[in-house]
Design a protein around this ligand. Structure first.
Ligand SMILES: Cc1cc2nc3c(=O)[nH]c(=O)nc-3n(C[C@H](O)[C@H](O)[C@H](O)COP(=O)(O)O)c2cc1C
Length: 358
């Protein structure tokens, strides 16, 4: 089944192998993806669907060094180059909208931008900056009600820019402890206004982004990534987590969203997402359901055959194997990803992984 075609709404995919979103920190020129980024994605265009690296809808969300943005003419022009290169090879590509929120250092932000989050609590620990190496996270500014609204509108503008640039759609990043999950997670979001204090209120930020994006670019061109039970970036399960995610997914289903992309990071050391929650969410969502995290050809095939998912996403295998789909199909061995070049600028460990040579 992995190699069978599929459709998300009206968008035909040539197979069911998705490339997981992976930050690569190669947008070296003012957070604009350039030719090297276009080459990297074009090399991987045989994926049924590419989901790009996390890309900020706002200057405020550029918390990591050299991650791309999508909020003005220059960043959109960079993404046009990427979309054209992938489409020229017959691929499909959604851009992942990742606002880093409090997972940020002001040293990584462009002039005039600031670190923002649902509350002003600083994330523990340090992060890498190009200018001063490892630095503590910056204390965030707690968004006011009006600023939450304008932040939501930044996502909507990014969605419009994405489609104008020729990208096939957008994925809302509501996983891994970035801004979306900072609102969802009761351990982080202690607001008492309409954006916090209850499951419905904590879901509101993400639901409003989804609703307005669906109105702007069409619901089937909008997906979302979630990681309940993840522990990355100060997250973790909280009381009522299952019920909150079920309510969230029901609302997204009612909006007719293109897909829900559920990430289980247990392959990377996090607690597993309970199987019962996965199947409850799968049943509650009437669109496409994508599973990600630690998949092999056999486990992906099993997930499809058992109808636990419609599509399966691969991360690290795609990073090291530009021709992953062909290798899986032919049963060729897979190259291992080199973690030392995950986030370094330049071609090494990026565009120099060769296709299978036999
Ligand atoms: C280098 C690297 C960068 C990543 N960046 C992102 C990201 O920008 N957004 C995201 O949602 N997940 C990100 N992830 C998580 C992957 O999308 C994926 O879920 C994870 O690697 C587990 O899947 P795998 O076992 O197939 O690699 C990243 C993973 C890696 C290895």
């Amino acid at each position: 089944m992995l190699f069978d075609p599929y459709k998300i709404g009206d968008l035909p995919l040539s197979n069911r192998v998705v490339m997981s979103p992976m930050t690569r920190s190669r947008a070296v020129e003012n957070n604009v993806p350039g030719d090297l980024v276009a080459t990297y994605y074009a090399q991987r265009a045989s994926a049924g669907l590419i989901i790009t690296e996390g890309t900020s809808p706002s200057p405020d969300g550029l918390g990591y060094a050299r991650i791309p943005g999508l909020f003005d003419a220059k960043t959109a022009a960079g993404w046009r180059g990427v979309a054209d290169a992938v489409h020229a090879k017959g691929g499909r590509i959604f851009v992942q909208l990742m606002h880093t929120g409090r997972v940020s250092s002001e040293l990584n932000l462009p002039p005039g931008a600031r670190v923002v989050a649902p509350t002003d609590v600083t994330l523990a620990g340090e992060m890498y900056t190009d200018v001063q190496g490892m630095q503590p996270h910056t204390k965030p500014h707690a968004l006011t009600d009006a600023e939450v609204e304008s932040t939501i509108e930044e996502y909507v503008t990014a969605g419009r820019l994405a489609r104008e640039a020729g990208l096939d759609g957008v994925e809302i990043h509501a996983a891994n402890g970035y801004l979306g999950e900072q609102f969802l997670n009761a351990g982080i979001n202690t607001r008492t206004d309409r954006w916090g204090g209850s499951a419905e209120n904590r879901n509101r930020f993400v639901v409003e982004i989804a609703r307005r994006l669906a109105g702007a670019i069409g619901a089937s061109r909008v997906g979302i990534r979630i990681s309940p039970y993840g522990v990355f970036n100060g997250t973790g399960a909280f009381e009522g987590v299952d019920a909150q995610y079920l309510a969230l997914v029901k609302e997204l289903s009612a909006l007719g969203l293109g897909y829900v992309h559920l990430l289980d990071h247990s392959a990377m050391g996090a607690p597993p997402v309970p199987e019962a929650l996965k199947s409850t969410l799968r049943e509650a969502f009437h669109g496409t359901f994508i599973l990600a995290g630690g998949f092999t050809k056999d486990s992906a095939e099993a997930a499809l055959v058992e109808r636990r998912a419609d599509l399966v996403a691969f991360g690290r295998p795609f990073l090291a194997n530009p021709d992953l789909v062909e290798r899986l199909r032919a049963g060729h061995p897979l190259a291992e990803a080199d973690a030392s070049t995950f986030y370094t600028p330049g071609e090494k460990g990026y565009t120099d992984y060769p296709p299978f040579a036999g």
